[in-house]
Design a protein. Structure first.
Length: 173
């Protein structure tokens, strides 16, 4: 069986390159917008819940990268009585000793978070955790991570558009 090589006309290649780059860039820019929107949220606009801690632990969370590879990251999660969300926080240094020492099962906590539709997976949109008026997790931590992620996505979107134009240069005559 002999396969013939199908030749795609140049104009279709160019259109495909631009549409693909614009679609990916639009996804990056939308993600950037949503991250910047979350980073500007005030505590008065965010869901909050007070209750007793019924479970706390550090869990390894599997993250997939483009469906091909995966990596593990540790998150500190807590379950609070009366809340159908599993709340979690991420620390890039994986040092959760502060939370381990200061949050005990049975403690009363006040948490500020953004509700998730998924009640099984850990919800990483935890803005602030307070115990007896003492702030254990600051609102600024999540907001700073979202600002950095928003900047990366914003510049990544424009980088994709630039790469599409640069790649298209080889077709210019």
């Amino acid at each position: 069986m002999v396969f013939k090589k199908i030749r795609i006309p140049l104009i279709y290649k160019r259109i495909g390159n631009y549409l693909g780059a614009l679609l990916l860039a639009a996804c990056c820019l939308l993600g950037s917008f949503l991250m910047f929107l979350t980073s500007d949220s005030e505590l008065s606009q965010i869901d909050k819940h007070s209750g007793k801690v019924i479970e706390k632990r550090i869990v390894s969370k599997n993250n997939s990268v483009a469906g091909r590879g995966s990596f593990k990251s540790d998150v500190f999660l807590i379950k609070i009585d009366g809340l159908n969300q599993v709340l979690a926080t991420y620390n890039s240094s994986y040092d959760y000793s502060f939370f381990e020492e200061n949050i005990k099962v049975g403690d009363n906590l006040k948490v500020y978070f953004q509700k998730s539709n998924d009640t099984i997976k850990p919800n990483l949109n935890v803005f602030q955790i307070e115990k007896s008026g003492i702030v254990l997790l600051k609102n600024e931590d999540l907001q700073n991570r979202n600002r950095i992620g928003g900047c990366v996505a914003f510049f990544g979107g424009f980088l994709l558009i630039g790469m599409a134009i640069y790649h298209d240069k080889k077709y210019w005559k």
